[in-house]
Design a protein around this ligand. Structure first.
Ligand code: COA
Length: 179
């Protein structure tokens, strides 16, 4: 699906560009960035494979994929609204800030707010879900700050670095549309 560009106070949430692929190559192999992302962790891919991934994302019929660009210039992360179900009016959200200089500065809070507003008010989605490994305090804080409520806990749901970990499930409902 063609992702629209969404502007927030400090960021431009825009469709992927081929130039983003080079950044992903470093983010995919950074253990700190990948500490709570689901395994299997992305294998380092060559640029041609990354460009192919961009094409696949654009062609996907139930998801929007964006890069997050600071208005001051750098591209700092990605965000996606996936598994959009038009019948049940559902979607899932996931975010990754790959530029660690931007962690803890409210980026995810600002971007997730903009993407859920797009889902609710432009797409008419009624419920958005998110999943996070139990130890991922930062993303849990972000989700709770923007209004998600934890509505599930899946015990021992994934393997991470050889250990079983719990996965927390979060949901948020469209305040204007519950049907
Ligand atoms: C998780 C992530 C998206 C958070 O993005 P961010 O832009 O730094 O988040 P924000 O600044 O909007 O808010 C983070 C909140 O968590 C807090 N926080 C950040 N790191 C933390 C940590 N290690 N432990 C506890 N709290 C932490 C911040 O202080 C802030 O809370 P506050 O507003 O009450 O001070 C980002 O760190 C990231 O992309 N990490 C790697 C990928 C990842 O884990 N993605 C999610 C997979 S489900």
């Amino acid at each position: 699906m063609n992702a629209p560009t969404i502007r927030t106070e400090r960021f431009i949430i825009r469709p992927f560009k081929d130039a983003d692929a080079k950044l992903w190559q470093s983010w995919d192999v950074d253990p700190e960035i990948q500490a709570h992302t689901p395994e299997p962790i992305n294998e380092p891919q060559d640029i041609a494979e990354q460009h192919e991934y961009i094409k696949e994302c654009e062609e996907e019929e139930d998801g929007y994929y964006w890069s997050i660009e600071a208005k001051t210039g750098p591209t700092i992360g990605t965000v996606a609204l996936t598994d959009i179900n038009e019948h049940h009016k559902l979607a899932e959200i996931a975010i990754l800030i790959g530029d660690k200089d931007y962690w803890g500065k409210g980026v995810a809070t600002e971007v997730v707010t903009a993407v859920i507003n797009f889902a609710f008010y432009e797409l008419g989605v009624v419920r958005i879900s998110a999943e996070t490994e139990a130890g991922n305090i930062a993303v849990s804080k972000v989700l709770e700050k923007v209004g998600f409520i934890q509505d599930g806990e899946f015990l021992s749901a994934r393997v991470k670095n050889g250990q079983r970990v719990d996965v927390n499930h979060y949901g948020i409902l469209n305040p204007r549309k519950q049907q």
